[in-house]
Design a binder for this molecule. Structure first.
Ligand code: BV8
Length: 231
């Protein structure tokens, strides 16, 4: 019975219509990272940052999970061993595609966080700077997103899962952001078979034993059929 650990990035949501980060017309072409995805940027101009995430929260609510999200949900439901999705994405397409074991290591658009007391609650579609925390009342609500320089969530559990992985699959991630880009090295140390699903080799592509090149909606669905037919 094999344990499967899956890391996903923006590329798995691309065919659903959400922008990736590093494509020519991607999010980092439209915005400066330091302005919208760092604590310093938020301190400098909270309105710009809150509106950046308001727009993405709205977009994510208007698109649908694609065949890759659904295939991973089927894998979790039917594979005998454990299947966990660790996603760098902040959209909820994995959950809406049927996955139940999803870890949002970079946070989630649907969650709001109080910078004062660390209370979390379901984010409204539109957040505003200075929104009050429903728990402590302080006007320090922020998007529950992990910005550059902040510690990603659930890292201890993630490293435990990587240490027990028999198969590690990275889907639709360019391998530019750490610590996520280093997970393949951890999985290899644990003896896992490593597979990369992408349109092209990622920055850490040479670390993977196997590559499945093409749109995730096709390559991931085909791979899940293979894994499930192997039993
Ligand atoms: C941390 C927020 C430590 C949410 C994100 C040097 C200087 C400064 C910092 C660093 C440094 N070196 C390392 C660092 C740390 C830094 C980092 O890695 N920087 C990089 C840029 C060098 N990392 C951090 O700061 C992290 N924190 O290290 O904390 C610490 C220690 C102690 C105490 C405190 C802290 C935090 C990183 C999280 C930052 N937040 N986003 C949001 O706005 O969404 S990162 C952002 O980029 C996204 O969250 C995403 O996760 C991430 C990676 O992007 P991808 O998902 O890979 O998307 P991308 O567009 O790049 O690629 C898409 C891929 O899909 C492509 O390969 C494409 O070919 C493929 N694709 C496209 N279509 C398809 C497809 N594949 C298949 N099918 C398709 N159809």
């Amino acid at each position: 019975m094999s344990n499967i650990v899956i890391l996903t990035g923006a590329g798995i949501s691309a065919e659903s219509g959400l922008d990736t980060f590093r494509a020519e017309d991607g999010l980092w072409a439209q915005h400066r990272v330091e302005d919208v995805a760092t604590p310093e940027g938020f301190a400098r101009d909270p309105g710009l940052v809150v509106n950046f995430y308001n727009a993405r929260r709205q977009q994510a609510s208007e698109v649908e999970p694609n065949a890759a999200h659904k295939a991973l949900a089927q894998l979790e439901a039917e594979h005998e061993g454990s299947v966990v999705v660790i996603t760098q994405n902040v959209d909820d397409l994995h959950e809406r595609g049927g996955s139940r074991k999803v870890m949002h290591m970079h946070g989630a658009l649907k969650s709001a966080l109080c910078a004062a007391c660390e209370h979390r609650w379901p984010a409204p579609m539109v957040m505003a700077p200075g929104d009050a925390c429903p728990s402590c009342g302080s006007p320090q609500a922020r998007p529950d997103i992990v910005w550059f320089g902040e510690m990603p969530y659930e890292m201890d559990l993630i490293f435990e899962l990587l240490g027990e992985a028999d198969i590690f699959a990275a889907i639709g991630t360019s391998g530019n952001v750490y610590p996520a880009a280093g997970f393949v090295a951890e999985a290899r140390r644990a003896g896992a078979h490593t597979i990369e699903f992408n349109l092209e080799r990622s920055s850490v592509g040479n670390m993977f034993e196997e590559h499945r090149t093409g749109p995730a909606s096709q390559t991931v669905a085909a791979w899940v059929d293979e894994v499930l037919s192997r039993g």
